[in-house]
Design a protein around this ligand. Structure first.
Ligand code: PEP
Ligand code: MN
Length: 333
């Protein structure tokens, strides 16, 4: 309560808290009265209390998400897919082109990815492009191409699901379902993914706070699907020298707030090939459990995101450096 708040104002706030289901603990100081509300209610709006007469400020001490919260599983979550563990001591690398273009391109990409020691091949078959006139992806045939190339080399597949109607196809062909930045708050899609028992990689929205990302993860988890990994892929800021601003601090912040594995995507995080490797290394140093990186046999001719896509030699070099940084922070890659 504000300094000088009247007893009547304090009583009104207490009555309101009790009405909302809280047990109220009152501490009357020389200057300030502090009211502590304890109760099951966690979807209240602190601002609604802050505007009451005599109130100075109102803070929520418990997080608005529960299942995604670190306290739900203090030891952390390890997602096991085949022989790959995401969230364990070994850093998992997922790589491939932005979009699936044709069979040859994916076969070449799968060779690069597998021989450099990555575990998962990526590639969008359904592409969320900013322009409706840009290449929109190959759809099911793209997924089939990925699956065949992955199976031949013992890789896993990650690919993006853009809406509910695509879920059955993605479940059939992909090991991990990627939710893109533009869909982070597509709550209908998140609820449907909650009904699956299949890993989901949830990307941070371009203007989403970490709390909003965790609330989106909570949507999936509240349906019973606990196999969620979070992905930092850069956020939009006033800076224009990179496509997005890669939030490296998201790695330690997320590890403090949640038990879910955290993946870094320095490709979308920077938008330029030359910045991808340093930011991948920084992400690993900052605690990322995995990397999601774009690589193409001929990135200058890629149908999407060529500027941020690594050449094969750059990717192989990155993987070698990732192993060194991983070792420096007590992990393997
Ligand atoms: C992608 O991974 O190619 C992609 C579209 O990513 P984002 O949703 O992060 O933009
Ligand atoms: Mn892309």
């Amino acid at each position: 309560m504000q300094e000088g708040a009247t007893d009547a104002q304090t009583e009104t706030v207490i009555d309101r808290l009790v009405e909302m289901g809280f047990t109220v603990h009152r501490s009357t100081g020389v200057r300030h009265t502090v009211l502590g509300g304890v109760g099951p209610q966690d979807d209240f709006d602190p601002a609604a209390l802050e505007v009451m007469d005599g109130v100075k400020e109102c803070h929520r001490i418990v997080s608005p998400y529960k299942l995604a919260s670190r306290s739900f599983r203090p030891g952390g979550t390890v997602i096991k897919i085949g022989g790959v563990e995401i969230g364990g001591p070994k850093i998992v690398s997922m790589a491939g082109p932005c979009s699936v273009e044709d069979t040859r391109q994916i076969e070449l990409a799968a060779d690069i990815v597998a021989s450099a020691g990555a575990q998962v091949i990526r590639g969008g078959a359904f592409k969320p492009r900013s322009s409706p006139y840009s290449f929109q992806g190959l759809g099911e045939s793209g997924l089939e191409i990925l699956r065949v190339a992955a199976n031949r080399r013992g890789l896993l597949v990650i690919s993006e699901v853009m809406d509910q109607t695509q879920i059955p196809l993605l479940v059939q062909y992909s090991d991990i379902l990627q939710v893109g930045a533009r869909n982070m708050q597509n709550f209908n899609l998140l609820r449907e993914l909650g009904k699956l028992r299949k890993p989901v990689l949830l990307k941070r929205g371009i203007a989403a706070t970490i709390e909003e990302l965790l609330l989106s993860a909570e949507y999936v988890m509240s349906g019973g699907n606990y196999e969620v990994m979070l992905c930092e892929r850069g956020i939009r800021t006033f800076e224009t020298s990179t496509r997005n601003t890669m939030d490296i601090a998201a790695m330690p912040v997320l590890h403090r707030l949640t038990h879910l594995p955290v993946i870094a995507d320095p490709s979308h995080g920077t938008g330029r090939r030359e910045y991808v490797v340093p930011m991948a290394l920084a992400s690993v140093a900052a605690g990322a459990d995995g990397l999601l990186v774009e690589v193409h046999h001929d990135p200058d001719r890629a149908l999407s995101d060529g500027a941020q896509t690594l050449r094969p030699d750059q990717f192989t070099g990155m993987m070698q450096q990732v192993r060194l940084v991983a070792a420096a922070v007590g992990r393997t890659a």
